[in-house]
Design a protein around this ligand. Sequence first.
Ligand SMILES: *Cc1c(COP(=O)(O)O)cnc(C)c1O
Length: 234
Amino acid sequence: MTIAENILCVRERIVAAARRSGRNPGEITLMAVSKTFPPVSIREAYAAGLRVFGENRVQEFAGKAEALRDLPDAQWHLIGHLQSNKAAKAAELFGAVDSVDSVRLAERLNAAAQSAGKTLAVLIEINVGGEEAKSGVAPASDELEQILLDAPKWTNLAIRGLMTVPPYSDDPESARPYFRQLREIRDSLANRRLPAVCINVLSMGMSHDFEVAIEEGSTCVRVGTAIFGEREKA
Ligand SMILES: *Cc1c(COP(=O)(O)O)cnc(C)c1O
């Protein structure tokens, strides 16, 4: 199957999952996760109509960005863990950082975005499974609370929502409670009407579980393997 055919197939599954949960498929963004794949594959996905791309490493994308400069309406999201010392490079290369998980990182990104003269869209990454090895801020933690309270200070960040990667399982159903939990966190934050915090986006669901994520309210599914094929193991 070509990348274009894979995208068609993923789109159909998105529409079906949205319909059966009474949702409008138009409110769900398909993000192509292009990590490890070369610019030529990204161009194929672009030609098939995709505009939102996710990369998980600053360094890797730095090496590809030059070859993709002529795709002006493509949106580049950083979805992998970001160390504060790479904030400046990230702010330069990406339009959005979907993996903000500390006050310190948000501060660095805001300063970097200010220097670059841009506003960065950001999502707060939540570690719903409480996994030691995973990044993301713990639900109901002081750190999350502080990010939300400090938001008005970060004039060059636009906080748009939440992102999560639940504990891995071959059975997509086992991710459902985590997806539901992220939606509940989003709803309770939205009810608080915090200044400078506009939590609408729920970025959740990957190749093996995006349909369950859509049933639980996802507004952005991050799909790599089902579009580009298996990645080489590093
Ligand atoms: C790699 C990655 C994805 C895509 O995973 P697939 O299983 O290949 O669809 C989604 N989100 C994040 C944060 C990733 O690192």
